[in-house]
Design a protein around this ligand. Structure first.
Ligand SMILES: C[S@@+](CC[C@H](N)C(=O)[O-])C[C@H]1O[C@@H](n2cnc3c(N)ncnc32)[C@H](O)[C@@H]1O
Length: 431
């Protein structure tokens, strides 16, 4: 409801993209303006998920879809008018409201608090690892969207540099505040880059951009994970620079790689191959279809005094041909991009996961290791494992599961929002 107020339209110009959102300000309070904002109501009996902590209201759950600009801050209420707090509204997305879990109107102080809490969590869970592992939050996912109660905001930290990805119109409208808050929590920041070049933004009606938001970003920076040195490009790398979610799983691979020959498929910048190398692997090869990624593998191999053969190929093609010529490995790692982007594509994704895992298990030496990973949220863990198990049955192989992992602790999973869990990771001994 628009009550008791005067309307202030704030025009936020973001890289040629204008978001207009209504601020309704009342001056009841001298210290700060409190904003009264539009109430959006859920239909009757549509609040069960939200009552138990889910943070999204879908368009078919709302009593009406008001004509407000994407990114408007609204208050979400149940049918009887009970408030669930403020959230970001987007009338053109299936997720109409993304709750922020606050009854205050979001402002810089909220962002400082939430980013500060996210920092504290990372320091607590990453900072106390043993001396070999990453000893600080030097390189980590600092903010993981809804899991840190900042819907649609991802911030990755690489030393004093930050890569930001914005996946909601609400955060996009508050981008300048996000930058200010980040600088307040990390006053030594040297540069902030937005890596908003993902297609996921289309769902929220946002354009693809990649800009420097603060300071300077060098062409490459040297960072480290689990003691592995990495030369990273925040400007050119995929995602926000590095696939940080596999941190702990890479370390497990390192712990079992001694004396093995290791083929790292979908290597990107060599994360698994480098860890296997530092773990004492006797032979390393890494496959990717991207030459930019393979250049990074070569640079990283040099930095860590390792030899890694780089192969530019489509993994499925490579495994098919290599299998036919009898190539064998002690460990094959499969960490492909998400094969299922939505629920509809799950059957196709299962077939694709099945194919590469079948090809790989046939190329393993006796008692070799198959490393099967999937970052498709929609392919659930039991479905993923069942898919691989079926391929093993067809191939007459036994799979012995020796490790099961998921995303690293700097990508926390909200149990009330299953969508925050996406990474599956299995180590099977194939016997
Ligand atoms: C999820 S990332 C892998 C992350 C990596 N394993 C790590 O630890 O950082 C997927 C990688 O697969 C590559 N890729 C995508 N499709 C491919 C294909 N058909 N064949 C080979 N590489 C592919 C991408 O270029 C990207 O580097």
């Amino acid at each position: 409801m628009l009550t008791d107020a005067r309307v202030m339209f704030a025009h936020v110009q973001i890289t040629g993209f204008v978001i207009l959102f209504p601020y309704i300000c009342s001056l009841k309070n001298n210290r700060k303006h409190t904003m009264e904002i539009y109430k959006v109501s859920l239909k009757k009996n549509c609040d069960t998920r939200i009552k138990f902590g889910h943070l999204w209201a879908f368009s078919n759950e709302l009593a009406e879809l008001p004509k407000l600009p994407a990114g408007t801050i609204v208050e979400l209420c149940d049918f009887a008018g009970k408030s669930y707090g403020h959230g970001f509204y987007n009338p053109s997305s299936l997720i109409s409201v993304r709750l922020l879990k606050t009854f205050d109107v979001p402002d810089k102080a909220l962002f400082v608090k939430r980013i500060g809490e996210a920092r504290h969590l990372r320091e607590a869970v990453l900072g106390n690892m043993t001396s070999e592992r990453s000893q600080s939050i030097d390189m980590c996912r600092l903010v993981f969207s809804e899991s840190d109660l900042l819907p649609g905001l991802i911030i990755d930290k690489y030393g004093d540099y930050f890569a930001v990805q914005i996946l909601s119109a609400g955060i996009e409208a508050m981008k300048a505040i996000v930058v200010e808050a980040l600088l307040e929590v990390f006053p030594n920041t040297k540069g902030i880059i937005e890596k908003n070049d993902t297609k996921l933004r289309e769902i929220e009606g946002l354009p693809m951009t990649s800009d420097i938001l603060f300071g300077e970003i060098p062409d490459t920076i040297i960072s480290q994970e689990n003691g592995v040195k990495l030369e990273l490009s925040l400007k050119d790398g995929q995602k926000t620079g590095y696939f940080l979610d596999q941190r702990n799983n890479r370390y497990f691979i390192r712990s079992i790689a001694k004396d093995l020959s290791v083929l790292d498929c979908y290597t990107n910048q060599g994360g698994f191959a480098l860890n296997a190398g530092l773990g004492g692997a006797r032979k390393l090869a890494a496959i990717d279809c991207s030459e930019v990624a393979l250049n990074a593998v070569r640079a990283n191999a040099k930095l860590n005094n390792l030899e890694i053969e780089t192969i530019k190929a489509d993994v499925a093609d490579y495994l098919t041909k290599a299998g036919e010529r009898g190539e064998k490995w002690d460990m094959i790692i499969l960490d492909p991009p998400a094969f299922a982007k939505n629920r509809k594509s799950v059957p196709k994704a299962k077939a694709a996961y099945g194919k590469i895992n079948r090809l790989a298990m046939k190329m393993l030496n006796e008692n070799g290791y198959l490393i099967a990973s999937s970052c498709s949220h929609h392919v659930f863990e039991d479905v993923f494992r069942e898919t691989i198990y079926r391929e093993a049955c067809k191939a007459g192989k036994q799979l012995k599961q020796i490790f099961r992992g998921t995303q690293a602790p700097d990508h926390p999973i909200l149990l009330s929002l299953p969508e925050t869990q996406y990474l599956k990771f299995f180590v099977f001994q194939v016997v």
